[in-house]
Design a protein around this ligand. Structure first.
Ligand code: G3H
Length: 240
């Protein structure tokens, strides 16, 4: 893989898909229930079981040989107490990377501040939504609050892929600005195989997928063949 190639984040709905994602070379296995929304969450019990499986991978493969593990907290309203409680629930299961949706709202900064105390216990990833015309000024607030990273995804999965909302130049500005604030970066949002070459050149750390990996769309089942195609396309040499 060229040093510039982004890692692969694969969203999964159960322990079986977790195993498929690991076997298929995902760099981040992302626990998400797409049927419950853009950032639909797993139950506490299922998250606990996933953390046990991830720990077992660590024993078999060593910490460096297993993928990272993230989980989403659900599509929460931008209310500081609610968003904090949702993130606490997921962090309490031992998932090391917690993805929190930051919908466009006058209360976004208060929500980010409410999450700051968790940043010493868990690696927080803020998720912005391309189809809501996000303000990248929020990146400075994420950096100040100790977030580990930021992703751009799409909220409305029927409204086209990420590239229908933001062009590669704008995404490049997002990546550069996020890095300036010490944030790891990811891009997602109904990405298809054909979106990959242009996005590889943007320079994000990860590209995230669900729908493109599945038989029957994002609420269907993870298909190892589709996963293999995405994995291979990410690693194709790029002329960027
Ligand atoms: O975090 C990545 C997402 O799960 C992407 O899902 P999607 O490809 O169905 O938009």
């Amino acid at each position: 893989m060229s040093p510039a190639a982004p890692g692969l984040l694969a969203s999964v709905t159960d322990l079986h898909e977790m195993e498929l994602a690991r076997a298929g070379g995902a760099d981040i296995v992302d626990l998400k229930q797409p049927a419950f929304g853009a950032l639909g969450a797993w139950s506490t019990q299922a998250l606990t079981a996933a953390v046990m499986l991830w720990s077992a991978w660590g024993e078999q493969l060593g910490a460096a040989g297993r993928p990272a593990l993230s989980a989403t907290v659900g599509d929460q309203p931008m209310v500081p107490g609610l968003i904090r409680a949702a993130a606490e629930r997921v962090a309490g299961t031992g998932v090391p990377l917690v993805k929190v949706g930051l919908f466009v709202s006058p209360h976004a900064n208060e929500c980010i501040e409410a999450l700051a105390p968790l940043a010493s216990r868990v690696r927080l990833i803020g998720v912005l939504f391309a189809d809501e015309a996000p303000d990248f000024a929020v990146l400075a607030a994420l950096g100040r609050a100790g977030f580990a990273g930021v992703m751009i995804d799409t909220a409305d999965k029927k409204a086209g892929s990420l590239t229908a909302h933001l062009d590669p130049l704008t995404l490049g500005q997002f990546v550069a600005e996020a890095r300036r604030h010490g944030l790891m970066t990811g891009l997602a949002g109904s990405l298809r195989l054909e979106d990959i070459p242009a996005l590889v050149g943007v320079g994000a750390d990860y590209l995230g997928f669900r729908g493109a990996l599945c038989e029957g769309g994002r609420t269907g089942t993870l298909d190892p063949v589709r996963l293999g195609q995405v994995h291979a396309r990410l690693r194709e040499p790029s002329d960027h």
